[in-house]
Ligand binder design. Structure first.
Ligand SMILES: Nc1ncnc2c1ncn2[C@@H]1O[C@H](COP(=O)(O)OP(=O)(O)OP(=O)(O)O)[C@@H](O)[C@H]1O
Ligand SMILES: [Mg+2]
Length: 391
């Protein structure tokens, strides 16, 4: 870090000191395009030492493909300097010392006294593409009313059905206690109990789909959950499928553990069923920042800008035709033979993600594979509801 000439005298922070307080990686560039100023954050982000950066042309920090164009733009800027931002409309990439490139937004400020341009560079790798998101949301808002209606109906039936199953389970347990073990009658009663247990698993899904079971959300570390779930997932997928866990340490979630496990298990079972001849199944976690966007009515309330975690389950299986993809989230939609699928897997996942305030989106190409991406709101110290109640 060097100070520009004419730093203010003692008692006041210098220009250089102030630059260290800027949260972005910041460099100062003179009219010839040489870096004459940088903060420690800039050296860090780009992988250089401050000494190496100072005196280098700014183009060393620009993505290779646009370095030449950048030099031209810089000359234009020097002829008519003004404050402006770059990268929030057209994508812009920066380059680290090791040659790797990353998406950035840059704000330019002209410091007339010094004859330099200050460029504040922000890494926006975590930021989700707003356009794509808006399209997903539009699809979802269209579909959600249908799903809510069906789900409500399913939830109502499930509630009554659950009570019936409780009676069947109770009385078959009582009966099992009084019959002689090992007899035909004991075996028959055992069958009744097992069928009722399966019915319970099914009704639990229906209750979730109907929004009647939202679980008990608590602070949850997704990567830790997936690591402890791994043995179960491996036994579900079997030998022919390679299970790849790409788990970045992410922000925490605010979610019910059993329900999040169910989300993952349902998606993994679907992926397995789509790869009868084996293949690779990838589960990935990463932080994601949502930009503010407009143009979709209701979008800002439905999915506010801010901090999220992205969970992806991707397979190289059969994929879905557009027709199947269009119906995949509907409760009871299944392409599996009778008795093998209830068609509640994806609608359960959808409902759980939705209750968390997240977004589910499915990309699938027939013959190539399927990728399910979920954006889940990160755990906040003060839940938004409390914050607004306090205001
Ligand atoms: N990863 C995938 N690859 C290909 N098709 C899929 C995938 N996931 C879901 N599908 C399609 O979507 C349909 C609905 O999936 P869903 O999980 O809701 O129900 P299901 O798997 O048929 O039954 P259930 O999960 O209740 O046992 C499936 O029958 C299948 O056609
Ligand atoms: Mg399923």
């Amino acid at each position: 870090m060097i100070s520009p000439p004419n730093s203010p005298g003692s008692g006041r922070p210098s220009f250089a000191d102030l630059l260290e307080l800027v949260p972005d990686a910041t460099v100062g560039v003179d009219t010839s395009g040489a870096i004459v100023l940088c903060n420690a954050h800039a050296a860090d982000v780009f992988g250089y030492s401050a000494e190496e950066l100072l005196g280098s042309p700014i183009e060393v920090l620009v993505a290779e493909a646009s370095a030449e164009r950048h030099a031209g733009l810089r000359a234009g800027f020097a002829a008519e300097p003004r404050n402006r931002s770059m990268g929030n409309h057209e994508p812009l990439s920066a380059r680290r010392r090791d040659g790797s490139e990353f998406p950035v937004e840059v704000s330019l400020s002209w410091v007339e006294q010094e004859g330099i341009v200050l460029a504040a560079v922000r890494d926006v790798s975590d930021r989700v593409d707003g356009e794509l998101l808006a399209r997903r949301l539009r699809d979802e808002l269209e579909q959600s009313r249908k799903l809510e209606g069906l789900g409500h109906l399913a939830g109502g039936v499930a509630h009554d059905f659950n009570n019936l199953l409780a009676v069947i389970l109770n009385f078959s347990t009582l009966a099992a206690d009084v019959v002689v073990p090992g007899t035909q009658l004991a075996d028959d009663i055992g069958e009744i109990r097992r069928a009722a247990e399966r019915g319970r698993v099914l009704t639990r899904k229906l209750l979730i789909v109907g929004g009647r079971d939202t679980g008990q959300p608590d602070r949850l570390d997704l990567a830790a959950m997936l690591t402890s779930l791994r043995p179960l997932l491996l036994s579900a997928t079997g030998a022919g499928i390679e299970l790849r866990l790409e788990l970045a340490a992410t922000r925490s979630l605010h979610a019910d553990l059993a329900q999040m496990e169910q989300v993952v298990v349902n998606l993994v079972v679907n992926a397995r069923d789509a790869m009868p001849r084996g293949g690779t199944l990838t589960i990935r976690t990463e932080d994601a920042d949502l930009p503010a966007y407009d143009g979709v009515p209701g979008a800002a309330e439905r999915l506010p800008a801010g901090r999220y975690v992205a969970l992806t389950v991707a397979d190289g299986g059969t994929g879905m035709t557009p027709d199947v993809l269009g119906a995949a989230l509907d409760p009871f939609f299944t392409t599996k033979p009778a008795g093998q699928g209830s068609g509640l897997g994806l609608s359960t996942v959808y409902r759980i993600v939705r209750e968390l305030g997240g977004l589910l989106s499915i990309d699938s190409e027939f013959g190539a594979g399927t990728s399910v991406v979920m954006l889940l709101p990160a755990y906040a110290k003060v839940p938004p509801a409390d914050a607004s109640a306090a205001a």
